[in-house]
Design a protein around this ligand. Structure first.
Ligand SMILES: [Zn+2]
Length: 462
């Protein structure tokens, strides 16, 4: 962690790389080999049935979040959790990620109306149950807690007078051979949740506005209730007098919230977001929400219906453009098609990087398809987060994957085939979970591949 903090202070570019979502090198034309010998793909998906990875748990969140004038928070999370696995549950394990960076004071924890004992260590809340929970049975988990946001938190921090709250509530993991709760890691996303419905009531000081995964007016007013359906998580930003640019495009309200950028810069960056949303909606299928909020502050990261990228004043424009396009592409690859980012991070990051590069090539005439330093050695891109020491995740997931995926599509009419492939991929797998084996099964069927030779050396297959 110290190493990350040091690096963060050294370079803004590296700081975005370390955000765990977006990483690119800006010049790598030499690595792109253009070939005109393209095979045409006439894919026949008749008879192909997607085999989704089942979540094993289902959750419905009913929460309250109150912030006072001193920036202290009180929260109340009531979650109805249903067992969809074939095992009887004897305990609950939930992510409480803010506890990694700031003490979380739990004032009450009940299951089905009764106070329960628990342990909270790092981001793991463990609650033994007195009675087992069988298939299709539910429990009501209810936790009241308090916290103060740290200034140096990771995706959960106060920056100036603004408060950014990712993962601010207890999050229910998927369940497969036990709770799928992996150790916290800061080199990627070590949490994995399934699609859920959320209701969040808020109460904030007068001079602030809330901006979230769900739809809300701007300025939000002191209090209200926000809903979001079929989303993996619920992000909250609480900002003081943000600069806002807003326009509707294809029935989607795009809002960009800056801190102190000039109007000119905001408008320019906003134009890129508009073009990216238009291209992705047209190419992959409709954007899944009525609103897209883009906060220009903090690390580059995707959340459902809202993304964050660094302030437009702090990073080179070229880098910012790519970051915005990348985080918007995640709304399809993460937001709609899901994968476990601890074990299969390469899938959503790989498809997002491919989509980003396709946008840059088509709309900004830039060639940019990943890069990989040979000196890192041969290692697959589909290992778990803890198999990549230090910053190696950036070489193997953000570098090797787009490069290899692009090499594959380059042999099949390039971007044209990649666009058609991703459109089918979203259509078949939306609101489903995919893993490495299923992804390979699909792409082999789509490109009519006879064997695994195109994945040799960069994917570890069974
Ligand atoms: Zn990403």
């Amino acid at each position: 962690m110290k190493k990350y903090k040091l690096l963060l202070s050294i370079s803004l570019v590296i700081s975005i790389v370390l955000s765990g979502c977006f990483a690119k090198e800006t010049t790598n034309e030499a690595l792109k080999v253009k070939e005109e010998s393209k095979k045409r793909v006439v894919s026949n998906l008749e008879g192909f049935t997607p085999q989704e990875i089942l979540p094993g748990s289902k959750s419905e969140y009913d929460m309250k979040l109150a912030m006072n004038e001193e920036g202290k928070f009180r929260a109340d999370a009531k979650i109805t959790i249903t067992n969809l696995s074939d095992e009887t549950w004897s305990d609950l394990k939930l992510y409480v990620i803010p506890n990694v960076s700031t003490p979380i004071k739990i004032t009450s924890l009940k299951v089905d109306g009764k106070e329960r004992s628990y342990t909270l260590e790092q981001d793991m809340l463990h609650v033994p149950l007195q009675e087992g929970v069988a298939l299709n049975k539910s429990v009501t988990f209810h936790m009241k807690y308090e916290f103060k946001e740290p200034i140096s938190g990771f995706r959960f921090s106060r920056i100036g007078e603004n408060y950014y709250l990712a993962h601010w509530y207890p999050m229910v993991p998927t369940y497969r051979n036990g709770w799928n709760k992996q150790p916290y890691a800061n080199n990627g996303e070590s949490y994995h949740t399934t699609f859920s419905n959320f209701k969040v009531a808020y109460d904030i000081p007068e001079e602030y506005t809330i901006v979230t995964t769900g739809e809300n007016r701007l300025p939000s007013g002191r209090n209200g209730v926000i809903h979001a359906e079929k989303v993996k998580e619920f992000y909250v930003g609480i900002m003081k007098n943000p600069k806002v640019v807003e326009r509707n495009i294809q029935n989607v309200k795009i809002r960009m919230l800056g801190v102190d950028e000039s109007d000119e810069l905001l408008q320019e960056v906003f134009g890129i977001a508009e073009r990216a949303l238009t291209y992705f909606s047209t190419t992959f299928g409709p954007y899944p929400h009525n609103e897209l909020d883009i906060i220009l502050d903090g690390p580059a990261m995707e959340y459902p219906g809202i993304v964050t990228v660094s302030s437009a004043k702090e990073v080179p424009k070229e880098f910012l453009v790519e970051a915005i396009v990348h985080e918007i592409a995640h709304q399809w690859f993460y937001g709609m098609v899901t994968n476990d980012p601890y074990f299969h991070a390469w899938i959503d990051e790989g498809m997002t990087s491919l989509a980003t590069d396709m946008f840059l090539e088509k709309n900004l005439s830039k060639e940019h398809y990943g890069s990989f330093l040979e000196t890192n050695g041969v290692r697959p891109s589909n290992l778990s987060l803890n198999d990549y020491e230090g910053t190696l995740i950036f070489a193997y997931i953000y570098g090797q994957v787009p490069m290899k995926i692009n090499e594959i599509f380059d042999g099949y009419s390039g971007r044209e085939t990649a666009e058609a492939f991703l459109k089918e991929y979203v259509r078949l797998y939306q609101y489903k979970e995919i893993d490495t084996d299923e992804f390979v099964r699909f792409i082999k069927h789509y490109l009519q591949l006879e064997d695994d030779s195109l994945f040799e050396g960069w994917l570890k297959l069974k």
